[in-house]
Every structure is written in C-alpha cells, then in structure tokens.
Design a protein around this ligand. Structure first.
Ligand code: FAD
Length: 449
C-alpha cells in the first residue's frame, strides 16, 4: 500500500462518493476525491434538494388559494417572484456545497477540483495531466440526462438548467413521463406555465402501481396539465420570435417557449478510461459490479447511479458506506435492496414501497388488496376535489403486507414510517391492531377494508 499516493482514490464527490470517502478516511485510509463540477453531486447541486425546494415553493400557489376558504384575506394581486425563489434556492445549494466540503476536509479527505480518468487498475490522470496512484479506486461518477438526437435538440434544456432559468416560460413542453418529468410538470404548472407532457408510450411512471399513477394522471389533467402519448420527438425548430416549434409523431406540432428533456439518465462512463483497467460495462454503459460493489477489475469498485441499480440518493449513500466498511473497516456489509421506498414529488405527491399489485399477483399468485379512496378533510373545506388513494397489497395466504402505494397530501412523509412496518414483514392484522390516530390522513393505514 505504501507505494501508492493514496489508499483510496474516489472519482466523483456526489452522494455515494462523499459517503465512501468520509467513512474510508474515518477507518484510517488515506483518501482523495476528484470532483469535476461541485462537491455534493447531483442530489445536492441539481437534483433532490433544489427540486424539493421548488416543489415547496410551487405548493404555495394552491395553499394561498385554499387559505381564503380558511378565512385568510389573501390579496388577489398576490405575486410570485421566480427570481427570488431561484436565488434563495441557489444560495441554499451554495451553503450545502460548503458544508459537504467542510465535512470531507474535517475527515482529512483531499478534495481535488478536477476531472479524473482511469489509466490503469491503480492509476488515474487529472485534467491538468497529473498522474495519481491508489491501492483502490472508487468510481462514483453518477449519471447525466439523456437527450434525444432529434434535429434541434440543442434548443431544449434538461433538469440541470431548469434551476437557473431567467424566468418561468408561458408554455413548457416536457419530454418524458418518469418522476423528474412529472415533478417538473407540477412545478411549472403551479408557477403559471401551460405544461404539455409528451411521452413515447401510453404510460406515465412505469414501475409504480397502476391505480396510483392513473390517479396522478387524472388529477394532473384536471389541473390543466396536457398529456400527449405515443408521441416521439421528430424535431425542434426555433422561430423568429424565439418560440420553439416541436414536431412529434401521431400529433400536431406544438409551439412552446421551453422544451425540457426528462428522458432518462445515462451513466457517466463515456471517456472515463475504464477499458484501460479491464472494467466491463453493461449495455447501458453502467459499470458491472458484484454484491460488494467490485467491478471486473479487482482494485476498482463502483457505487451509485453509475452502476444503474437503483438510481436514488439513499441507495448511493448506502452503497458508499457498505463499500468503505467492507474494504477499509473490516466490517463486511452488503446493501439490502428489498423494500426500498420511493416517492414522486408531484402535485399531489405519490409514494410506494414493496410490490405493486401486478408484481404481487405475478410472484405470489394469491393476493388481497385493500384500498382507501378519500377526500382529505383539508381538501373538503378548501373546496378542492382531489381525492387521496391508499392501496395495501397483501399476501393472500399469510396476510403479510407486501406493498403499500399512496397518492395524496404528504404521502412521502407518511410512507417513510409505514415502510418500516412493510420491511419488517408485518401483517394486515398487525396494522389493524394499532389504534388510529384521529383525525389524520395516515389513520387510513390501519382502517382499510
Ligand atoms: C432532478 C433530479 C431530482 C432527483 N430527485 C431525487 C429524489 O427526490 N430522491 C432521490 O433519492 N434521488 C433523486 N435524484 C437522484 C439522485 O440525485 C441520484 O440518485 C444521486 O445523486 C446519485 O448519487 P451518485 O453518488 O451516484 O452520483 P452523483 O450525485 O451524480 O455524483 C457524481 C459526481 O461525480 C462527478 N463526476 C462525474 N464524472 C467525473 C469525473 N470524471 N471526474 C470527477 N468528477 C466527476 C459529477 O460532477 C458529480 O458531482 C434526483 C436526480 C435528479 C437529476
């Protein structure tokens, strides 16, 4: 080990890379981490955190309307300033970026503000040409938004740029129907834009429970978000007045002021030099790893989005922690991928854990499903028609709750707690044995018929 510059060289200071660096250093390793953009990575700089802050900001549009029904005098000329929200969000991102750097420094992790590429099983090259060597290398470079290669695609933006817009455009077209597309559809809509979401297939949010995503589609349409399905991008033309004319299959062209691509994320492995160390990639360009995050090169490991297992921050963090504990802490640890809760911060939000009804039917055969379809008390007084929907999927033989899927106010907050019970393998009878906490929305979880 002493022959190398470091015990561990981490490429990428995002969720997985920072956790692995800090924990490995705490276990006594000499660690350096290279970051080509900003310490904190996607989640902190241009993902979960600024996105959630925009979702909070967007929610005030409805809250202020509803407030009148609760007796508050909200002036009709109540104004929203995108620039104020944007700048406050970006300032919070700066604060977090500083906090992440400080944490790494206080653990004696050397931060190298440069791109790094792999040149061999134990060596990397920095953008300035410097070579560094390490006993182990961790690839934690994350992923980037995929952009279709249609003519005029350069006129579109991705979620990366959405946080920096000068103003909220009047007409927004979002390509894609995953969680990022639906979250930004809600945000732009609440800020007053007319939003059209287009997708190649007939579905939104594939992988989530069908009943729940249908409810989101219905509510989104009711709010005025437009959907176009079976639509493949054919091209974007910039017009003299600056607007964009988008053509697509099966539908008439549409004129908008902003096009945002939310059409998936690709691992950042292009040009990373991994082939020089014999690191194999899968068909999507993701690093192939075993259960201990080891690549096909024994000294090179990978965690997080670049492995394309589950592209979520808490998963990248767990993988980084497990890697550092296993390799440097003499504490062999593997990540358990069963029952990972996930949320979509749409308006209203969705959340789910465990098997969908379709998955349970396929895997278990005998399944019992319980639902609660209700109008939250707050929506009733506010005169808001939106109904919440909770769905519990149980093993028909044992009564074990194998899936929980929800849409409605605050469901991500509710689901995190309920996910503990699902992960612990509790039954419907055990849920029901808990006395309801009244009046709440979450009491529906123990009252389902
Ligand atoms: C808009 C959006 C919203 C999201 N919302 C959520 C959410 O609500 N909840 C959730 O759990 N997840 C969310 N995610 C996903 C989450 O951000 C990722 O799963 C997570 O950041 C993955 O962590 P990572 O460590 O694998 O990669 P990243 O956090 O992406 O970090 C990789 C880092 O490596 C750097 N890098 C890349 N190549 C090099 C190189 N060659 N040299 C040096 N540095 C390099 C990059 O600049 C980056 O900082 C969201 C993502 C997006 C885009």
């Amino acid at each position: 080990m002493a022959d190398y510059d470091y015990d561990l060289f981490v490429i990428g200071a995002g969720s997985g890379g920072t956790r692995a660096s800090r924990v490995a250093a705490a276990h006594g390793a000499r660690v350096a981490v290279a970051e080509e953009y900003r310490v904190g990575g996607t989640c902190v700089i241009r993902g979960c955190v600024p996105k959630k802050l925009l979702v909070y900001g967007a929610h005030f549009a409805e809250d202020l309307k509803d407030a009148r029904r609760f007796g508050w005098q909200v002036p009709s000329d109540c104004e929203f300033s995108w620039q104020t929200l944007r700048d406050n969000v970006l300032a919070e991102v700066d604060r977090l970026n500083g906090a992440y750097k400080k944490t790494l420094e206080s653990h004696n992790v050397e931060i190298i503000d440069q791109r790094a590429t792999v040149t061999g099983p134990h060596s990397v090259r920095l953008a300035d040409g410097t070579e560094k060597t390490a006993d182990k290398i961790l690839i934690a470079v994350g992923a980037h938004p995929a952009v279709p290669s249609c003519p005029g695609h350069e006129h579109g933006i991705t979620s990366n740029e959405a946080f920096h817009l000068d103003s909220i455009p009047k007409r927004v077209l979002i390509a894609g129907a995953g969680y990022i597309a639906n979250e930004f559809a809600g945000v732009f809509h609440q800020f007053g834009a007319h939003v059209t979401l287009i997708n190649r297939s007939k579905d939104i949010l594939r992988g989530y429970d069908l009943t729940i995503r249908d409810r989101l589609l219905q509510i989104s349409m009711m709010k005025g978000i437009e959907f176009r399905f079976d639509a493949t991008f054919e091209g974007i033309e910039k017009q003299a007045d600056g607007s964009l004319r988008v053509s697509m299959s099966n539908h008439a062209p549409i004129e908008v002021d902003l096009v945002m691509f939310a059409t998936g994320r690709m691992p950042n492995t292009h040009g990373l030099g991994l082939e020089k160390a014999g690191v194999e990639l899968d068909d999507h360009g993701a690093v192939k790893v075993d259960e201990d995050n080891r690549s096909t090169c024994p000294s090179i490991f990978a965690v997080g989005d670049v492995t394309n297992r589950v592209q979520l921050t808490p998963v990248a963090i767990r993988e980084g922690q497990a890697f550092a504990d296993t390799v440097f802490g003499n504490k062999p640890t593997r990540v358990d991928y069963d029952c990972i809760p996930a949320a979509v911060f749409s308006h209203p939000p969705m959340a789910g854990v465990g098997m969908t009804e379709a998955q349970a039917k396929q895997m278990l055969g005998s399944v019992r499903v319980y639902t609660s379809d209700f109008r939250p008390m707050k929506n009733v007084l506010a005169g808001r028609e939106e109904r919440a929907l909770y769905k519990m999927v149980c093993d028909g033989d044992t009564g074990r709750v194998v899936g929980l899927h929800m849409i409605g106010p605050d469901v991500p907050e509710i689901l995190q707690a309920a996910a503990i019970a699902v992960k612990a393998g509790l039954t419907k009878a055990q849920f029901d044995a808990t006395v309801a906490l009244h009046p709440t929305m979450s009491e529906e979880l123990v009252l389902m018929r």
